[in-house]
Design a protein around this ligand. Structure first.
Ligand code: NAD
Length: 445
């Protein structure tokens, strides 16, 4: 199929590259000419494992990037809208979606073939049919359902695993205004064999995405609240508590022969310094705001956000147990991205933690395997020494704060063993064995 993908961020670029890899002919569109150039030169503008290889393979053959949206629509059978949908403090900001819908409408005016427009961005229930569809009709002068199709296909990829998640999805949700639309969407995904497909309406598809993210965010805040309770009570480690909870056979079913299906903790029921990223915080807030508009106070999800908002502060509280004044204390921050496998700094818990440390005049070194450049854009006041090497970062540190669960940090017990004096390690993700480190503290201890 001829596919247009509008917006080449984490979702748009990964979707475009993977759909090209599956044999479709993809045109990626972005307003950012620099990104477009990079894509055409097979240089991924973001870090995502496996992306570069697939981009190199497909750029110039199955995939091209352009800034001309109209051309992309005229040359494609289906278009996926993958622009950002930030939360503006009161509600979801649909500026980018609306602008793209207007432009697609304009292009549809000149298109003679049937075309399906699909929202892939995360949007609150009702957006595709009540905002996108009317704009498409207004600017094309045509009728949805008769002249073109409109659908919603939420994206579930996780940053850090985005390429694998797209290539091997656990489900595909096809929300369409009619069967004709859903059939075209199904054709797009026909190379993904054996995957469970949910055929539904756009509005239901929209809520499936929010519900999935809200459930995961709730699990994280729940675990963090239990972790904070362990700290308050004393003498209990949240890691032991959650291990005991996780072994419930409803969470990790026991197969014939006694083996567990998923005996390891999922990261969602582990205590830590909070969730971040471009999705969970904004999506939960947007859903709560949307519920309020509909007259429903969403108390549980409101609390999920409140718990998360204060969670990064716990790292500084732990530090203050050991160093009542942080002024002049040498702190090594390990991990800046909001999760491993990505350079995405959006809403990363590292941001409020670093800001808090700067306010208290700590002496800060920081290291992240891939997010250094993104972090430097946020903290460009010369107050942080960004390092390229893990051992140089911890050298001379009095406190080492681990904030992102990068595999590379498993070497820390070995690295810290010979340091004199021993630094305090604050494990913000509870990823290391506390018995392997001389001075260890962490969330939920
Ligand atoms: P992003 O900010 O990384 O990318 C958005 C891109 O859209 C940018 O490259 C921007 O230049 C481009 N853009 C903006 N206006 C445009 C226009 N008029 N025409 C063409 N391009 C335009 O965003 P993202 O993280 O990829 O997220 C996109 C959507 O997908 C959001 O709704 C998000 O909630 C959702 N989502 C994100 C993830 C994730 O892990 N990042 C996962 C699932 C869903």
């Amino acid at each position: 199929m001829q596919v247009a993908v509008i917006g080449t961020g984490y979702v748009g670029l990964v979707s475009g590259v993977c759909l090209a890899e599956k044999g479709h002919s993809v045109i990626c569109v972005d307003i950012d000419a620099e990104k477009v150039d990079k894509i055409n030169n097979a240089i991924p503008p973001i870090y995502e494992r496996g992306l570069e290889t697939l981009l190199k393979k497909n750029a110039g053959t199955n995939l091209e990037a352009i800034t001309d949206l109209k051309k992309a629509i005229l040359e494609s059978d289906i278009s996926l809208i993958a622009v950002g949908t930030p939360f503006d403090g009161n509600s979801i900001d649909l500026t980018y979606i609306e602008e793209v819908a207007r432009q697609i409408g304009e292009a549809l005016k000149e298109k003679t073939d049937y075309h399906v427009v699909v929202t892939k961005s995360t949007v609150v229930p009702g957006t595709t049919e009540e905002t996108v569809l009317p704009l498409l009709e207004e600017y094309s002068g045509k009728k949805a359902g008769r002249d073109f199709g409109v659908g919603m296909n939420p994206e579930f990829l996780r940053e850090g695993e985005a390429v694998d998640d797209f290539m091997f999805p656990d489900r595909i949700v096809l929300g369409g205004i009619d069967d004709k639309t859903r059939n075209v969407m199904a054709e797009l995904y026909s190379p993904f064999e054996g995957v469970d497909i949910v055929r539904t309406t756009p509005k239901t598809a929209e809520l499936i995405k929010y519900t999935a993210n809200s459930l995961l965010a709730t699990m994280i805040s729940f675990s963090n609240e239990i972790g904070n309770l362990c700290t308050a009570l004393g003498g209990i480690d949240v890691v032991d508590v959650m291990r005991g909870v996780h072994l419930d056979k409803r969470l990790t079913p026991i197969m014939e022969g006694g083996e567990r299906i998923n005996p390891s903790f999922t990261t969602y029921i582990e205590a830590g310094c909070g969730f971040g990223g471009s999705c969970f915080p904004k999506d939960v807030k947007a859903l709560v705001a949307h519920g309020k508009k509909a007259g429903l106070a969403m108390r549980l999800l409101d609390s999920v956000i409140q718990t998360n908002d204060v969670q990064p502060q716990k790292i500084i509280e732990i530090m203050k147990k050991h160093y009542p004044s942080i002024n002049g204390v040498k702190v090594a921050i390990l991990g800046l991205a909001f999760k491993p496998g990505t350079d995405d700094m959006r809403e990363s818990p590292a941001i409020p933690i670093i800001k808090g440390l700067i306010d208290e005049n700590a002496v800060i070194k920081a290291y992240d395997p891939v997010a250094k450049e993104e972090a430097m854009k946020l903290f460009n006041n010369g107050k942080i020494d960004f390092c390229d090497d893990l051992s140089l970062t911890v050298e001379g540190a009095e406190v080492v704060a681990l904030l992102t669960r990068w595999d590379e940090f498993n070497i820390l017990p070995e690295l810290l063993k010979n340091m004199d004096p021993q630094p305090l390690l604050i494990d913000g993700r509870r990823m290391l064995n506390k018995d392997d480190i001389t001075r260890y503290d962490g969330i939920g201890l």
